[in-house]
Design a protein around this ligand. Structure first.
Ligand code: ATP
Length: 517
């Protein structure tokens, strides 16, 4: 039936019937067009080079191997023709990998500075775009810009953000795969068109797509390791070059006490020491400022938290337990200081002084470490007949050591030659694994308890001294352990804290922290 409006005019009705779909379609297209036009335009921003970074070789220390390898790249960028004449190929893709803060970015900047090449830097996370194709377009523009400014360096930080193994998935994964593919395409033989070197930094070499590491791409991989003792001393000197440091400050001692710390940590310590000197109203940085800075960087800032008397007693026994076991176990670093002054999240801490850099640990030594870590809890159990959540961090570290010992080092009672990590496990081998891990930590806990029972008088004395003074230095601990009444010793001039192996216990129970054990 016709609608009433058309009743008298069937031609109009036929016209509308024929054209209405077309009109609606055109209106829809116009609407969509208008919407697209009104959307904010994302103009591809032009990629510009950075100013030459003011970082020279002498600003970097403790990474001599990496520097030696990169010197060749500098020579090439300075005079690519010299290399081309004899047909010598310098790697055009260099991957710097290693823990955070070891100086990877610094090295890339020094290559730019020393060679005078144009410097382009991008963090790989900036390639990871939500919209399809934008990440790969940015990579294309980056390489194009670098080629037009050759000789040039492209520094890609956090390569893992784009270099992780391709998944072949959809959506975001597909965009990631496209971006990575584009990087691979650009790297393939790009150097034939100009002296451009790509330097990338990554913390996780294992996660990178193997295609990135093939010849012609990032085929030169340089491990940038945390510095050894000599390297640490040189880094400390680099970061105090322009600071007024008292001549009594012993950098070689300081370097020995910072085993395991990176260049970034050491730079931070030098800065904190300078700030502390200013706070004291002094114009020269002294040994005490470095002590303070070390303590702050490793153990955290002194907090204003107030503990109840019972909590102070628990913490005092807990820290004394750690100190006694660390003292008695010869494979461990000597205890340098114990304290029940809250710092950061910790209500107390024990500082060990590593005598040297250690790269290998025996099974017995690892069990000793677990024994020392569990000694705080063992002391609580022995003295108070119950335990608190203060051992959370200790327990986490014990679990890490015990799992690695079975999973990675095959140091169990039964698992002695088979590395389990990374292999599928049957139910039976999982049961064996769990039992082995538990046995190791139980063994360490038993050892700690027995040791403290045998040295109960020292435990009581040390805890009492700690409650009275709040912080005990090495000589005071030594005096108690030797059974002498403790006396405050004169601190040797120039002595520093040993902090690299600091362990702090008793995370603050401020309502947010739930007991994890
Ligand atoms: P990430 O992996 O977290 O990016 P990174 O290895 O790139 O870290 P850098 O950014 O190069 O580390 O280093 C941070 C800071 O630490 C530097 O600016 C410098 O002050 C200091 N530093 C690190 N390593 C060294 C070193 N080997 N020599 C001198 N200073 C260093």
């Amino acid at each position: 039936m016709l609608p009433p409006a058309f009743m008298g005019d069937p031609t109009l009705y036929a016209w509308v019937h024929d054209w209405l779909p077309v009109i609606l379609m055109v209106a829809l297209i116009l609407l969509l067009w208008g919407m697209v036009r009104s959307m904010p335009r994302t103009r591809p921003s032009e990629i510009r080079p950075q100013e030459t970074p003011p970082i020279a070789w002498e600003d970097i220390a403790g990474v001599d191997e990496a520097k030696a390898e990169l010197r060749e790249v500098v020579d090439y960028l300075r005079s690519p023709k010299r290399f081309a004449r004899v047909g010598a190929q310098v790697p055009s893709g260099i991957l710097l990998h290693g823990p955070p803060g070891t100086g990877k970015t610094l090295l890339a900047k020094a290559v730019a500075h020393e060679s005078g090449a144009t410097f382009f830097t991008q963090s790989a996370s900036s390639f990871v775009e939500m919209f399809a194709g934008l990440g790969s377009a940015r990579i294309r523009r980056l390489f194009r810009a670098a080629r037009s400014h050759a000789p040039a360096i492209i520094f890609i930080d956090e390569l893992d953000a784009v270099g992780a193994t391709r998944t072949g998935g959809s959506g975001g994964d597909r965009e990631h795969d496209q971006t990575l593919n584009q990087l691979l395409v650009e790297m393939d033989g790009f150097n034939a068109r100009g002296a451009v070197v790509v330097i990338a930094a990554s913390n996780l070499l294992e996660k990178l797509d193997p295609a990135l590491l093939r010849p012609g791409r990032f085929d030169r991989q340089i491990f940038v390791s945390p510095p050894d003792v000599a390297g640490r001393e040189r880094i400390l000197r680099v970061h105090t070059r322009r600071k007024p440091v008292h001549e009594g400050v012993d950098f070689s001692l300081l370097a020995r006490q910072t085993a395991g710390l990176t260049g970034a940590d050491l730079a931070n310590i030098c800065n904190e020491a300078a700030i502390n000197a200013v706070r004291r109203g002094e114009v020269v940085i002294e040994t005490g400022d470095f002590d303070h800075a070390l303590e702050r960087v490793v153990a955290g800032m002194q907090s204003r938290r107030r503990m109840t008397e019972r909590e102070r007693r628990v913490v005092a026994y807990h820290e004394s337990g750690h100190a006694i076991c660390a003292w008695l176990l010869p494979s461990l670093d000597p205890v340098h200081r114990i304290s029940i002054v809250p710092r950061g999240r910790a209500l107390g801490y024990t500082l060990n002084l590593p005598a040297e850099d250690r790269y290998l640990r025996s099974r017995e030594e690892l069990i000793d470490m677990m024994t020392m870590l569990l000694a705080g809890r063992a002391a609580e159990q022995l003295v108070f007949g119950s335990v608190t959540n203060g051992a959370t961090d200790d327990l986490m570290r014990v679990a890490e050591i015990a799992h690695s010992m079975i999973d990675e080092y095959a140091m169990g009672t039964e698992v002695r030659s088979l590395r389990l990590a990374g292999h599928p496990r049957s139910e039976a081998s999982q049961r064996l694994y769990d039992a082995e891990v538990r046995e190791l930590s139980d063994e360490a806990f038993r050892a700690a308890s027995q040791m403290l029972e045998r040295h109960r008088p020292q435990l009581e004395q040390l805890a009492a001294a700690l409650l009275a003074k709040e912080t005990l230095e090495r000589a005071e601990i030594e005096a108690v352990m030797a059974g002498q009444p403790h006396a405050r010793p004169d601190r040797r001039p120039g002595s520093h804290l040993g902090l690299a192996a600091a362990r702090a216990s008793f995370p603050a129970d401020d309502g947010r922290q739930q007991p994890r054990n």
